[in-house]
Design a protein around this ligand. Structure first.
Ligand code: DON
Length: 310
């Protein structure tokens, strides 16, 4: 029989710590380079309403690319199938910040999770919302049932001051007519978006609708509310499985086999449809920008629970 979740999380926490020192904290955004590397937190939220945590699961971290999951969902709700005129839905097989495919593919990014695709999504939302940061925070506050979420101004400024490559991609897409707003304005919004902070427990909770047919699990005894349609939920999970870990998506699918979204802050969120969500955070990254301990912990959790196994 499988041991209860709290015991499994303790075991994974212990095993994961052997991997400290095997990755490197992201420092191309200078403020992220200051995060102490030897931290590890993990939270599991189940559609039954149960949740469990271990380690530094209450420590807020920079969501970075994990926010792309939520901005993509907001854009899909707004635009439906029309979204696919502006961005593709194929894995890129290239680094998250690669610029090369834009040149041969008419300024249409491969998918909404690589930086170029996420910038297009932020451009779409910039056209719709006067204050995109509050639109995103509003959705996250509702989903996580947590009124105090915020973005970190120091991290946002640090990224904005060094966002040369993302700016280049924005201008390149604008030259192809695939950008509506001024790149400077979109980059301001994008850097604030990426600087959003949450802890593992909040992130697992905020993502639970993806494991629950699009229904936001109400914590106060009220019936669940539909946040995203069931078909769109399935589509988002499909994209997370094929594109959520960039050029490591194949490796993640092989090792973990679940829809995931990773971020250079060291967070990873995984969806187990019908069961729940797992958020894990540890700042040391591998060469492809994904958390070393985070990927290991997810791999162990699915092996020990059988989650995602057919
Ligand atoms: O645009 C960037 O480079 C960062 N704000 C986000 C990149 C990121 O998190 C990639 N994920 N592994």
């Amino acid at each position: 029989m499988t041991p209860p979740l709290p015991a499994l999380l303790d075991q994974i926490h212990t095993e994961a710590q052997a991997l400290y020192g095997k990755g490197r904290v992201a420092d191309y955004i200078p403020a992220l380079g200051e995060v102490p590397p030897r931290q590890f937190g993990m939270a599991v939220a189940l559609v039954s309403g149960e949740s469990h945590t271990v380690g530094d699961a209450q420590v807020p971290f920079s969501l970075q690319s994990i926010t792309k999951l939520f901005t993509f969902v907001i854009a899909l709700k707004l635009m439906g199938e029309g979204l696919w005129q502006r961005v593709g839905r194929e894995p890129s097989g290239a680094a998250f910040n690669s610029i090369v495919q834009l040149e041969t593919e008419n300024g249409i990014p491969r998918n909404p999770f690589i930086n170029a695709g996420a910038l297009v999504i932020t451009d779409i939302l910039t056209s719709r919302y006067a204050h995109l940061d509050y639109a995103l925070l509003g959705a996250l506050r509702r989903l996580a049932d947590e009124p105090n979420l915020h973005w970190n101004p120091r991290v946002a400024k640090s990224e904005r001051d060094t966002a040369h490559r993302n700016m280049a991609m924005a201008y390149f897409m604008k030259s192809h007519g695939n950008f509506q707003n001024a790149p400077e304005l979109v980059l301001d919004n994008y850097c604030r978006q990426c600087a959003t902070e949450m802890n593992c427990q909040q992130l697992a909770q905020a993502t639970l609708f993806l494991a629950n047919g699009g229904r936001d699990l109400a914590m106060d005894g009220q019936p669940d509310e539909l946040f995203l349609g069931a078909d769109d939920t399935r589509r988002v999970n499909a994209l997370l499985l094929t594109c959520g870990a960039y050029d490591a998506a194949g490796d993640f699918a092989y090792r973990i086999g679940l829809p995931v979204k990773t971020g250079v802050g060291g967070g990873i969120v995984a969806v187990v449809p019908g069961v729940g969500t797992v958020a894990v955070w540890s700042p040391e990254l591998d060469a492809k920008g994904n958390s070393v301990l985070g990927a290991f912990a997810l791999e162990r959790l699915v092996a020990l629970t059988g989650w995602g196994h057919t």
